[in-house]
Design a binder for this molecule. Structure first.
Ligand SMILES: C[S@@+](CC[C@H](N)C(=O)[O-])C[C@H]1O[C@@H](n2cnc3c(N)ncnc32)[C@H](O)[C@@H]1O
Length: 370
């Protein structure tokens, strides 16, 4: 999965725009500005609860075309958050998508790695349309240590999984093998236990499951920064609470696609195991004798957006809209984002806070989650 999606030369994400009508799938920020605007308002509200620490970092993992970040920066400027009060950090593995993000978000041409100091941890930097510094990183662990608002929208589902199955002899891993008769790929079971089998919880009751060690490592990196340096995390994705078994699939031209056919030409994805993400987000602080981070959610996208005021925002946009086609598109975007049979129930929101926020959050719980 890692090779197929992010191989430097042939990886699915590495050299093309995969989003929208002409791509393979569409994401919520690409459907309507309302999505990013409401997330921006949520971020400003929660940052305010933390005492508006400056300078802070706004970090997005897997920003795609940069549409969500563009909507957030526009709202931040409306709230008159000074450009010198924060910097933008994008964790993006695809150089092609990095260019698309730059076109979308920046006014001037970026400085590439060759012009940056040798020891810099980012590979590109520029200035956003609103004047804040914007930098690109390969890994979350390279980000500067400071108070950070983390966002991950449809990021964790793109990280590789291992598939485990319980058979009479115990746990085995599903591997991918080359069928030498017709040179097609096929699933096979490992003969013995593989190291990935250790990733299952001891009290696991499912006979089949997917584990994503990379998701847990990235969640812990985000969680330990929030714990030590302050910050908030908002993870949005399709997923489950540790109860689903077989969700690995491909998408091509907006249709399901067999992941083993023509690898590299289709998106590969698996539902996020939010129970595992929450576990990683609240450990290892207990080991260090500190109080654990706090998590809220998951809640369905429909509930989060409705509580944040998407109906009101739709009405506002419709009131200033003179074009019937645009009005129809706005209503249809609202339906796609919130209807339970579209994206309303499939997508979940999870928030992450440091333990020092406990008392404040008891009094002022995070909007959208209640
Ligand atoms: C499904 S897209 C989501 C894009 C965007 N967040 C949206 O919702 O429109 C996944 C994004 O994560 C990036 N990505 C995938 N694997 C990554 C990794 N290991 N490290 C950093 N970025 C990664 C992809 O290049 C892409 O930008």
């Amino acid at each position: 999965m890692k090779e197929v999606l992010t191989n430097p030369t042939a990886g699915y994400y590495m050299n093309r725009d995969v989003f929208g009508q002409t791509g393979d799938f569409i994401t919520s920020p690409e459907i309507s500005q309302m999505f990013g605007e409401l997330i921006a308002v949520w971020l400003v509200n929660e940052w305010t609860k933390c005492g508006r620490p400056t300078p802070f970092q706004l970090a997005e993992l897997g920003p795609g075309r940069g549409t969500l970040m563009a909507d957030i920066l526009r709202v931040f400027s409306k709230f008159k958050i000074a450009e010198s009060d924060f910097s933008v950090s994008l964790v993006e593995v695809s150089p092609y998508l990095g260019q698309v993000q730059e076109k979308h978000l920046c006014s001037s041409q970026s400085q590439e790695a060759t012009e940056l100091p040798k020891d810099s941890l980012h590979y590109k930097q520029s200035i956003s349309l609103y004047g804040s510094p914007i930098r690109w990183y390969n890994h979350i662990s390279d980000l500067p240590r400071t108070f950070t608002l983390f966002l991950a929208h449809e990021f964790f589902d793109a990280l590789p999984i291992h598939k485990l199955v319980k058979v009479d002899q115990g746990w085995r891993e599903v591997l991918i093998d080359l069928n030498r008769e017709d040179f097609t790929l096929r699933y096979v079971l490992s003969r013995d236990r593989t190291p990935a089998c250790l990733y299952r919880m001891n009290n696991e009751i499912r006979n089949e499951l997917e584990v994503s060690p990379q998701s847990l490592v990235i969640t812990q990196a985000m969680a330990s920064r929030i714990h030590r340096d302050g910050g908030i995390g908002l993870v949005i994705d399709y997923g489950h609470e540790g109860d689903k078994t077989d969700t690995f699939r491909g998408f091509k031209n907006h249709k399901l696609h067999d992941p083993l056919v023509d690898p590299g030409t289709a998106d590969l994805t698996a539902d996020v195991d939010f129970a595992a993400v929450k576990w990683a987000a609240t450990h290892p602080s207990a080991v260090e004798g500190w109080k654990a981070n706090l998590t809220y959610g998951t809640v369905d996208q429909k509930d989060f957006l409705t509580r944040l005021g998407i109906n009101l925002r739709l009405d506002q946009l419709l009131a200033s809209c003179r074009d019937e086609t645009v009005a129809r598109d706005l209503k249809s975007a609202h339906r796609m984002l919130t209807d339970p049979v579209e994206m309303g129930s499939k997508f979940k929101f999870l928030a992450l806070y440091p333990p020092v926020m406990e008392k404040i959050l008891e009094r002022y719980p995070p909007p959208g989650f209640f």
